[in-house]
Ligand binder design. Structure first.
Ligand code: SME
Length: 177
């Protein structure tokens, strides 16, 4: 049963506890539900509320969501905007472009402490200062990416990388893309 309290996070919890709740609630919400639209939508909400329950810099997350593979193009080398929380964002990103396209093309997490230092960074929201992008891989193909932006530099660390990669694995196994 979907309940709004799933995305309520207690004040004062650690980052590890927040991500543990995200993973637990995501798995529960996805039980028997393989549609990527509502699974990614609910995970975007869980992550956004998790970050905002934490202290700085995590609580300065200003965008959190997904880009998914564009199945309408034959070359399959383009991401399109998926479910997210935050301000409106660019609709399409070619593989290899920006932080998202780099993560999709290289199939590796991009941890960017300062977006100004990332060649080709796509500035959807001028408030974003740091970013992490994690590819969601299925059968060794990138089917989507998780993108989280922070309004402070160095908003993300190795702990975020570790847990977001777990979220990516959960989504890869639990959704039909
Ligand atoms: N900054 C991203 C674009 C997506 S927005 O941050 C939502 C990039 O460089 O790929």
């Amino acid at each position: 049963m979907v309940h709004a309290e799933s995305s309520t996070f207690a004040a004062g919890i650690t980052k590890a506890q927040a991500y543990a709740q995200v993973l637990e609630q995501a798995a529960a919400l996805m039980d028997g539900q393989r549609n990527w639209v509502f699974n990614l939508s609910n995970v975007a909400s869980l992550l956004y509320h998790a970050y905002h329950s934490l202290s700085a810099p995590s609580n300065a997350v200003n965008w959190c969501g997904f880009y998914v593979l564009d199945h309408s193009v034959s070359a399959r080398d383009q991401l399109i905007l998926g479910p997210f929380q935050g301000h409106v964002a660019c609709q399409t990103i070619k593989f290899g472009r920006g932080v998202c396209g780099t993560a999709a093309a290289t199939k590796t997490t991009q941890l960017v402490p300062d977006v100004e230092q990332f060649p080709g960074h796509i500035a959807c929201d001028g408030a974003s200062k740091s970013e992490i992008v994690v590819p969601i891989l299925k059968d060794e193909h990138c089917v989507a990416i998780i993108d989280v932006d922070c309004a402070e530099v160095e908003g993300f660390d190795e702990e975020d990388k570790k847990y977001l990669e777990e979220v990516a694995k959960l989504l890869a196994g639990g959704c039909d893309f």
